[in-house]
Design a protein around this ligand. Sequence first.
Ligand SMILES: [Zn+2]
Length: 85
Amino acid sequence: MCQSDVVWGYKCPLTEESIESDHFFPRALGGPAIGTNQVWLCRTHNQWKGSDLMHYPWERGAPEWLDRQIERMRVLIDPALPISR
Ligand SMILES: [Zn+2]
């Protein structure tokens, strides 16, 4: 069943679509392939979501792996970049 209610706050009306697993925090932005970062969406909602962080539920708090991912990205971009919080 499409979890559009988790992402957009409304029940998915598209009952005929196949369901796909997606990264809640986008993989393209460092979201890991772990169960706590998984969301099931129909094909249409999955395409809508893309890599948009506007839909991530920040009100639930930052995911425990986020600091590690940001550090990995900082090192990949430029190891000399200072760490800022
Ligand atoms: Zn849907």
